[in-house]
Structure formats: C-alpha cells, structure tokens
Design a protein around this ligand. Structure first.
Ligand code: DQA
Length: 153
C-alpha cells in the first residue's frame, strides 16, 4: 500500500537558506532540511513532497490543489506570514490540517514579524527551533492525523 502523502511548502527566500543570515536562520540548506523531513516522514509512515516558491500565487495554487493528493501540510510562509490574506484564505479554504513553522522565533524579533496573518488559519504554529521547527512540524501534522481528537480544541 502506498504511504499517505504530506506536503512541505517553503515560501519566499527560503531557497536561500544556508547562506541567508545564518546567525538567524542557521547553516542548513533547504535541500538538507527537506531530506531530514522526508526521512522523518518516512519513519512516521508518510511520503513527503517538498516545494518552494517566491510567489504568493504559486503557493495559493499549491494549497488549493493539495486536497485530494495530500493528507496534511507543513508550511513556512516566510515573509508572507506577516501580510498574506490570500494565503490565509487558501489555508482556510482547504480541510486538510496545516501546521505553520518558522525557523526563528518571530516573537523575539522586529515587531512587524510578531504577527502572523496566516497563523489564524492553521492548526498550530512552531517557531524558534531553527531547522528543527520543520521536523517538529512534520511530527505535529503526523500526530494530528494519527489522533484527530488532538485537533478538536
Ligand atoms: C521566517 C520568519 C519570517 O519573518 C521571515 O520573513 C522569513 C523566515 C522563519 O522561518 O523564521 O522569511 O518565516
């Protein structure tokens, strides 16, 4: 039987991880993070597809198309977290669980980063654990799928 599929979405500038402000975002590249997440997802019984876009509309398209193919989503919307009602609406328009992750602690940085617009549509948000935020996000969505009662609050 094929494994159920999870989708990992990276928003703008996350393709630059590894060389982008390493004192904030760490030295792991996006490819390394994807590989670790795919390994973990596989151990948890899922197949993980990873995608990145710098374009809001592309991320909206992927969210809209996800239902039917994927059972859960982990997303780092990057800077769109702080501004994108379009992404919030897309997250709200689908019924599969979405977990938001951030490498940095968005509450401990500039004031404009402390509010996540997209967070209003997700099941939960993990922020501040560096690349491990993604792994925690994969674990969180797998846990939700395994135990639907945990998402009912
Ligand atoms: C980020 C935090 C955002 O404020 C920023 O614009 C990013 C990365 C993070 O993962 O910490 O691009 O989402």
């Amino acid at each position: 039987m094929p494994k159920p599929k999870l989708l990992l979405l990276h928003g703008p500038n996350l393709n630059m991880l590894g060389m982008r402000e390493p004192s904030i975002y760490g030295s792991a590249t996006m490819a390394q993070i994807d590989q670790c997440c795919q390994q973990l997802a596989s151990e948890l019984g899922y197949n993980l597809s990873c995608r990145q876009s710098n374009h809001e509309g592309q991320l909206v398209d992927w969210l809209q198309a996800a239902a039917g193919e994927f059972v859960g989503i982990v997303i780092n919307p990057g800077a769109y977290s702080h501004s994108s009602i379009a992404l919030l609406d897309a997250i709200r328009a689908i019924t599969i669980p979405v977990v938001e992750v951030h490498l940095s602690n968005i509450h401990a940085r500039e004031a404009f980063r402390s509010h996540s617009v997209t967070a209003a549509g997700v099941v939960g948000l993990i922020s501040g654990f560096g690349a491990d935020s993604y792994l925690l996000g994969v674990r969180a969505v797998a846990q939700l799928l395994a135990d639907p009662l945990s998402s009912s609050s």
